[in-house]
Design a protein around this ligand. Structure first.
Ligand SMILES: CC(C)(COP(=O)(O)OP(=O)(O)OC[C@H]1O[C@@H](n2cnc3c(N)ncnc32)[C@H](O)[C@@H]1OP(=O)(O)O)[C@@H](O)C(=O)NCCC(=O)NCCS
Length: 195
């Protein structure tokens, strides 16, 4: 039914027009876990090898409530999504994390985006990524780095469409499901926050 990286096999995809984004909340933990864990278990898009527990997902959200934002897309169009905080329907999430520990890297972040399998191909990932870039800019960050497994064409195309450019390829740096995995690195430099 699903390709590991592609969209759900749907005869026609209708863009989700009624959708909003908001910052993640602690009570979104089950929704995020249910969106994320299938990718950990079945695909190579995440380099995690073990699915998250609810407690780990809550701790993870806690880390993204302060300095490094995570946003979620909320469905106001139809019934697709995982139930989130306040009973709304979560279609996906996008986040920034610290890029490196050393202090001079503090204005650079690594970004990531995950969309519910039944919501793919309907504009959710693009909406999340564009909003994430805006949120990162408002938070004072200067540069976003996306590290994408080389076989993840959907994520590569999404990042290129949103203005990220290829800055390098790391050869066979990952190993999962018995495969050596390349990582391609894409970057977006936020035109504001240059000083
Ligand atoms: C990659 C992912 C986030 C895309 O989300 P999405 O909501 O399906 O993407 P959208 O519908 O917003 O598509 C926006 C653009 O991305 C590109 N794109 C998205 N999925 C694609 C696919 N399967 N193949 C090729 N291009 C794709 C296209 O350029 C598309 O624009 P278009 O429709 O005008 O051609 C989603 O497939 C996903 O969550 N995958 C699993 C997790 C993952 O890989 N995350 C990234 C880790 S680095």
């Amino acid at each position: 039914m699903y390709s590991a990286f592609g969209r759900p096999f749907q005869p026609a995809t209708v863009p989700l027009t009624l959708m909003r984004t908001r910052l993640v909340e602690l009570a979104d933990a089950p929704a995020l876990m249910n969106i994320y864990n299938p990718e950990v278990i079945e695909t190579t898009v995440s380099f995690d090898l073990v699915p998250r527990t609810l407690a780990q997902q809550e701790t993870w959200i806690g880390a993204h409530l302060a300095t490094h934002p995570c946003i979620v897309a909320v469905n106001e169009d139809d019934e697709v999504g995982e139930v989130g905080a306040r009973g709304d329907l979560i279609l996906g999430f996008a986040l920034v994390s610290p890029f490196r520990d050393r202090p001079a890297y503090a204005t650079t972040v690594e970004n990531s985006v995950y969309v519910h399998r039944q919501a793919r191909g309907r504009g959710v990932g693009e909406r999340l990524l564009r909003q994430l870039v805006a949120t990162a800019g408002e938070s004072g960050f200067h540069s976003l780095i996306a590290r994408i497994v080389g076989e993840n064409d959907g994520s590569i195309r999404l990042h290129e469409k949103c203005g990220f450019t290829l800055v390098g390829t790391e050869i066979e740096v990952g190993r999962k499901h018995g495969q050596w995995l390349d990582v391609v690195e894409y970057q977006y430099v936020i035109p504001i926050n240059r000083r």
